[in-house]
Design a protein around this ligand. Structure first.
Ligand code: SAH
Length: 213
């Protein structure tokens, strides 16, 4: 597990690229500068780690594009100690970003191999989420609800109702919605029954799948 000055240099370039694409939060840029993204993908492909693209990981899934991670995290408006539910742990990279922002993170993954690998990786790197769960993200984690924020990192065809009701009043959810292409939706819970929605651009995600194999 090596993080060299070469990797750090590549991260600096990536951060500059994200700045040029409009990412402006210092905390998020600092997190991306710090986290060794190359350690979250297969080591044979580490030369791809600091290119601003999604990249395949195990189980036919992807590690999200750095710009997408930065954009979703910006919309989430993470505050220190926010209790955040993440759906789709995947490689664990986005989880690490949320933890660098000092949030309390509960994360769910439905692929058992990715679940096992992401726990190992995060702990190795000193990241300590409150919970990494193997399960179906459509259900959320009712026993730990409500959450200040919910971040979905796979594309759903509609906003899962079970997730909406696990959001605190005033809380925010960021979720890509759509079949082939997804629109990024920011949901704010105004009161018990009222949710405000804003659409912020188009993205491509792997699908949010139902049930566990
Ligand atoms: N944040 C991750 C993104 C991985 S891609 C990263 O940057 O590495 C999306 C992830 O969502 C995949 O790992 C996929 O297995 C997972 N996923 C899809 N449907 C899910 C569901 N219903 N519940 C939990 N995870 C799900």
């Amino acid at each position: 597990m090596l993080d060299t000055s070469k990797h750090k240099g590549l991260r600096k370039k990536l951060v500059n690229e994200l700045i040029s694409k409009g990412i402006s939060s210092n905390e998020i840029l600092k997190a991306i500068l710090k986290i060794p993204r190359h350690l979250f993908i297969d080591k044979d492909f580490e030369s791809h780690a600091y290119i601003d693209k999604a990249f395949p990981i195990d189980s036919d899934q992807t590690i999200s594009q750095p710009y997408t991670v930065a954009f979703q995290t910006t919309l989430l408006d993470v505050k220190v100690n926010d209790k955040i539910l993440e759906i789709g742990t995947g490689s664990g990279y986005q989880t690490a970003v949320l933890l660098e922002l000092k949030a309390k993170v509960y994360t769910i993954e439905r692929q058992h191999l990715l679940f096992r690998k992401s726990i190992k990786k995060l702990l190795e790197l000193g990241y300590d989420p409150d919970l990494i769960k193997y399960g179906d993200g459509y259900l959320g984690i009712p026993e730990h609800a409500p959450f200040d924020k919910i971040l979905v990192t796979a594309g759903a065809v509609e906003i899962p109702k079970k997730l909406l009701i696990q959001l605190k009043i005033g809380g925010k959810m960021v979720i890509p919605i759509g079949d082939k292409v997804q629109k990024m939706v920011l949901v704010t819970r105004i009161n018990k029954a009222k949710f405000e929605k804003e659409i912020l651009g188009e993205f491509y995600f792997v699908p949010m799948l139902k049930n566990i194999n």
